[in-house]
Ligand binder design. Sequence first.
Ligand code: IVH
Length: 698
Amino acid sequence: MTDDDLYWKFSFGDARLAKDPLAAARRRADQLVSELNRHNRLYHLEDDPEISDAEYDRLMRELQDLEARHPVLLRPDSPSLRVGAPPAEGFREVRRVVPMLSLDNAMGAEEMRAFDERVRRELEVEAPVEYAAEPKLDGAGVELVYENGVLSVGATRGDGRVGEDVTANLRLCPSIPLALAPTPGRDARERVSVRGEVILPVARFEKLNQQRLERELAPFANPRNAAAGSLRQLHDIDTARLRALDFRAYTLGEGIPEDVDTQTQILETLAAWGFRVSNECEICRGVDAVIAYHERLLERRQQLPIEIDGTVAKLNRLDQQRELGSLARSPRWAIAFKFPPQQETTKVTDIQAQVGRTGALTPVAVLRPVRVGGVSVSHASLHNQDEIDRKDVRVGDTVVVQRAGDVIPQVVKVVRSKRPRGTKRYRLPERCPVCDSATIRLAGEAVTRCPNLDCPAQLKNNVRHLASRGALDIEGLGEKLVDQLVERGRIQRVSDVFRLDAGALSGLARMGEKSAANLMASLDRARETTFARFLIALGIREVGEGVADLIAQCFGDLEPLLAASQEDLEAVEGVGPTIAESVVRFFADERNLAEVKALAELGVRWPKTEPAPPGQGPLSGKTFVLTGGLAGLTRNRAKERIQGLGGKVVSTVSKKTDYVVAGADPGSKLEKAQRLKLEILDEAAFVALLSSHESAAA
Ligand code: IVH
């Protein structure tokens, strides 16, 4: 029985109520109204939803069903009649003539077909109708008003009629034109309102969250909350966050030009005026075409740079749209055909600490299995003690879990209102669950570790990592076999993998002569590798595939890498101070060096490559430190241009630094540069320096 069943049992099990179904329905409807109002407030005003969209949709559905069955229950303040929440205090109100509506949802192909049938019945057409299909962008809906072609007001959706004036913040979003491009033949009318979605592309969202974690701020649950939160900043406005936002236009409220008859033409007009519109829009003839479009979109969902949560299908002809009209909350000519939810609610049945390759203890929530985005989820990482403390996840809690792409499922948050009595805060164990060593947590580190380098859990995971596809790719050395080999003491350090022989393999479960011979052959194949794969196999922290490639290209072989200093490493494009430090520290450890040597002696080898020549050019030998934000070019672009001229970019200011480039809000690096009396360039001087050398070189 689910919690919901229980809920119904308690609210309807009462014999008195059972005799009066309307009273029971009213009680449930009242409850739904207050719950939905609370969730609306959390979502729209606090950018901090407590339940998943799927759960919200279910509650809303239930209320709509009750209201449809018992129209007397429809209260004038029912959330089913509104589209969001009234504006928060602090923002000026914007009242609109044409309300910004929400969309009704179709949860599957069947509901999409039912929508289509209703549309055709009301239009009295039998033939397939034409839909404009577009991705449903998962961001914050806004409306931009242009007067005489110039942006005058930008506002959030709010409750549809009244939104919040966030013009100043919106002006910083680079894809919002401050003035409409003149378009011969389709010039904008005096007053035009453009509607669309402010979104945060996934890559920028991940970067933002990484920065927030570094600054010990709570990460945003998803790009939509991050976008909405960025837009609604009131004090100490973080302009970089606003510049990272993107805007995609999808419709016009007021000011549709005379000769525009279809949604497709609206999009063309918007593009001509200078807006970005989704480049995934298609015309679909009939509902089958919409369903096919939806399936294609779903397949590509993970590859798209932005988050979408379904298809919006709109009747393409505006005259047909007008014929159908709108209800209080949503138009009758459009529908949001949603993807299966990527967030769901479930229960935590246990929390376990897993010991990883580096000895880090990762708390993992064991969940009552739930389907999220089409896959069953039964475990979710809780990352570390700080994350657990922040979210306060406890055994017995009901939590929202989400899956994004191939990423491990995450616990987004706890539904506090559903916490049972008597739960306790969770703390990572003081002893390693595998080897019983006392665990440690260093000051300033988020991670709790088992410090025992011989802990079987570390060894097992290191061996698995060495054998994995991206590393030495040892076919046949799977998890179960590694467990057995470590548990029987036949592997005591990672390099022992290449000491395995028929004798060491005999007597193991599922290891016949043939399998043993196969494993010997794959060990031989694995011995012939590349320097980059070897680096990955070592399991140096921070060194994944991309970084290993960069280091391998730059140094070509082990000896030059062993001789490299932190600065030398930092000079490699794409290698920052954290990575550099981790590499240097790894090779400074005697035990690691012994393992590296042993692997080479046991026949692991790779073709030597010529190290990339040191930068040549007018800036060769010069080192730069970049600090603060640059307005006209990105950090990476600046780095590329310096390197293109032969210069080096490092992260720490020292006596040896030649130039310190100070952008907006520079940090302590600028102070240090001033103390050391180094040459400091502002952005203009820096760009002038680059340009003068570049034009001389050209
Ligand atoms: S059309 C009345 N098109 O989804 C027409 N809306 O759940 C409504 N949305 O309020 C707008 N992508 O904020 C439209 N391609 C798209 C959309 C889209 C996302 C948002 C919009 C709307 C909400 C409804």
